[in-house]
Write a protein that binds this ligand. Structure first.
Ligand SMILES: [Zn+2]
Length: 247
């Protein structure tokens, strides 16, 4: 690949775009904790409130949303997240990326992150529409936030165009960066355990071995016991580049 890939370890100001409460911890929690320990400011953009992620039909959406918000705040605290911005889209009903990217473009211009962490929107077989749309909105927002003629109304609010240095996409089938998370593995696990509504005992017992096994598989790429994997790109990779899929 002719375009160099930036180092996520050098990130100092990070925006994490997460479709639901728990996705960031699951896919990037160890890296987020590591960056926070290194002094990076971490801000989450939570696209939905997770209100339809309850495991019982007898609990209202409002109750589920309140529970998940509290769980997410607790998890963020463990990882060292500075702030969580709730975008308020309806769980399972995230609209098309051109709608979701609007608040994300404004947020990127406001926060001025060097790195944006989200999910890889080109994950084959991803059936959850919120994941596909929220992550596509994230990469589109990174590309368009730098263009002064996109959302010119932002300028009136003092939000100037902003160019991110890098975009790190978790859940990628072709990751190019493996981050050793041995030192923050416990924080990741503790943060995940905060999401009790999503991982009650029997689900945790089934899920944890899968999370560990995948982290260990990635760890072999990083000479570590455990690692997280990302496809790290620049916005230059994200437009008219036929080689980006193998970058
Ligand atoms: Zn999710």
């Amino acid at each position: 690949m002719y375009i160099p890939v930036p180092e996520i370890n050098e990130a100092r100001n990070v925006l994490v775009v997460s479709p639901h409460p728990d996705d960031a911890e699951l896919t990037a929690g160890g890296t987020i904790a590591l960056l926070a320990e290194q002094g990076a400011r971490i801000i989450y953009a939570m696209v939905t409130d997770g209100s339809r992620g309850g495991l019982s039909p007898n609990v209202s959406e409002a109750q589920v949303a309140a529970t998940r918000r509290a769980e997410q705040l607790e998890a963020g605290e463990i990882l060292g997240v500075a702030n969580i911005m709730w975008l308020g889209f309806q769980d399972t009903q995230v609209p098309e990326p051109e709608t979701v990217r609007e608040p994300l473009i404004s947020l990127i211009r406001k926060i001025q992150p060097d790195f944006v962490i989200s999910l890889d929107p080109w994950l084959p077989y991803e059936a959850h529409p919120d994941h596909r749309r929220a992550s596509m909105a994230a990469v589109e927002a990174c590309l368009l936030a730098a263009l002064p003629m996109v959302q010119p109304e932002d300028m009136a609010l003092g939000l100037a165009p902003w160019q991110v240095t890098g975009i790190a996409l978790a859940l990628s089938v072709n990751p190019n960066t493996f981050i050793d998370i041995d030192s923050t593995w416990e924080k990741k696990v503790q943060a995940l355990k905060c999401h009790k509504s999503q991982f009650p005992g029997h689900i945790w017992d089934m899920f944890y071995p899968l999370i560990l096994a995948k982290s260990q598989e990635y760890g072999r790429q990083a000479n570590a016991r455990t690692a997280e994997a990302f496809k790290v790109l620049t916005t230059t990779h994200l437009h008219i580049m036929v080689d980006t899929w193998k970058a």
